[in-house]
Write a protein that binds this ligand. Structure first.
Ligand SMILES: *Cc1c(COP(=O)(O)O)cnc(C)c1O
Ligand SMILES: [Zn+2]
Length: 471
């Protein structure tokens, strides 16, 4: 693919994350890492030469022009804050029309005062998860440079999203890598239905991730995995919409599940930039929640004390830990398949986000995740298991006293309930065998908030009796 040379007339460019390197690349160059030091890349802007609005409130004007696709999109109505592509190149399918909902039911469960807990419900995206926020940005970049094929490895939602953008726009062919047996039917069905070329590898997510990188560079296919810096630009807008939902006030906490750490990294970048641009005067604290069975970030950050350290990250400590995991054959394992990842590709960027937002990391069990998920469901905004890690994490931090009951907390619900109905049905089932088969091996013992189906014979009197008895 074409390699463009960066000129200083460009207001957007790519820059190495490591400050001591700081190499820059043209915005039109397709790279997954820095050519000098191998570090991750950021999309960076010369803000002084860009028309940045003087207040966030000015974005509200776009609501009155919702018949224009760029104003309707919850990502692109913030175009001025991710100006890496000209408006006429933007590919949008109406992503990011999501909402911030207060939930007193979940507030009570978490232990917060009424009115203080908000759910940012990203399940409302066209493909049913927050991934569309990033996909529209990466896809736009791919389109800008003339790509004809785009690939990703995925625990399911990235592939569903990529397949959808390819299917709707017909601009590219989607090539999707999945591990065997680790993808929910809801997500797999989307990739197949939208017409993506789906390659199932005999291995897990981390294996599929390695292979897709090799194959993409060999065949010159555009890679849309989380290492793609443009995806994170789109995901910044989740936080812009959170601020908008709070009438542009900054919450005290943002709590998000951590898988490949793209979301947490993009949130950190969003707040860092808004601060630099003078559009906010403080940042929220960030809490990233791992599953116990996929807890690399928790281990490295909380247990081993690794830090961003001004960009001087101790990479040996990370590779050392990965070698330990390999030796002990420690494979990621959690019911929350979307965060079942042991080698998070955005680890370094997430350390920066934790630094910017004075963040913390916690790990929660599958039991805690499923109980929290049932509470979210009962509140009316159903989510998939990984999403509920945010609510379970908020509850844990509240119990520890790290979050105060009077603080304002936003939990990001990353994906829709119907993405993974197997876990939901098993949790609520009366069938002990089914419960054990799906959840028992994950260490889930009980379903504290199960809403069991009532079994009755096909007999009118008995059915009426059963309803009166149970209501
Ligand atoms: C991808 C995904 C995650 C993990 O997000 P990262 O940005 O990779 O940390 C969490 N929940 C859902 C539903 C996802 O699809
Ligand atoms: Zn570098």
């Amino acid at each position: 693919m074409a390699t463009a040379v960066r000129t200083d007339t460009d207001v957007a460019f790519q820059r190495c994350l490591t400050p001591s390197c700081g190499s820059t690349y043209d915005v039109g160059e397709v790279r997954t890492c820095c050519g000098q030091c191998g570090g991750l890349l950021d999309v960076a802007y010369d803000w002084d030469r860009l028309p940045v609005p003087d207040s966030l409130r000015s974005f509200e004007d776009k609501w009155s022009r919702r018949n224009e696709p760029l104003c309707r999109s919850g990502v692109w109505r913030f175009h001025e804050l991710l100006p890496f592509a000209p408006p006429e190149k933007v590919v949008t399918i109406g992503e990011g029309q999501t909402m911030l909902s207060p939930s007193d039911g979940v507030a009570r469960y978490v232990g917060l005062q009424p009115g203080q807990l908000f759910l940012e419900y990203e399940g409302l995206n066209p493909s049913g998860s927050f991934k569309d926020n990033g996909m529209t940005a990466a896809f736009t970049h791919a389109h800008t440079i003339g790509a004809r094929r785009a690939a990703c490895a995925s625990t399911g939602n990235t592939s569903a999203s990529l397949a959808l953008y390819c299917g709707v726009s017909k601009l590219m062919q989607a090539v999707i890598f999945i591990g065997s047996g680790k993808i929910s039917y809801g997500k797999l069905s989307q990739a197949l239905d939208y017409g993506a070329l789906t390659v199932q590898i005999a291995g897990d997510f981390d294996d599929a991730m390695q292979r897709v990188q090799q194959v993409s560079s060999q065949l010159g296919i555009y890679l849309v995995n989380s290492v793609n810096p443009f995806r994170l630009e789109g995901q910044k807008t989740i936080m812009y919409r959170v601020l908008e939902g709070l009438d542009w006030e900054v919450p005290d906490w943002v709590v998000v599940p951590g898988g490949n750490l793209g979301n947490s990294s993009s949130f950190g970048k969003a707040f860092l930039e808004l601060l630099e641009l003078g559009l906010i005067d403080r940042v929220p604290r960030l809490a990233v929640i791992n599953a116990v069975g996929a807890n690399t970030l928790h281990e490295l950050f909380e247990v081993r004390g690794q830090r961003w350290n001004g960009g001087q990250v101790d990479h040996q400590a990370t590779t050392g830990y990965y070698a330990e995991m390999d030796e002990s054959n420690n494979r990621a394992s959690t019911i929350a398949s979307a965060i079942e990842i042991n080698r998070p590709v955005n680890y370094q960027k997430c350390l920066r986000a934790l630094d910017v937002c004075h963040g913390v990391v916690r790990e929660v069990t599958d039991q805690q995740i499923l109980d929290a998920k049932a509470q979210v469901g009962a509140s009316g905004l159903g989510c998939e298991p990984a999403s509920a890690a945010s609510v379970a994490g908020a509850k844990l931090l509240r119990a520890e006293g790290v979050i105060d009951p009077s603080e304002r907390v936003v939990c990001v619900l990353t994906g829709h309930q119907l993405k993974d109905p197997t876990a939901t049905v098993a949790y609520h089932t009366t069938d002990q065998q089914e419960f054990n088969r799906v959840l028992g091996s994950r260490g889930v013992q009980r379903a504290a908030f199960a809403n069991r189906a009532v079994a009755v014979p096909n007999d009118l009197d008995k059915i009426v009796q059963a309803i009166q008895l149970n209501s």
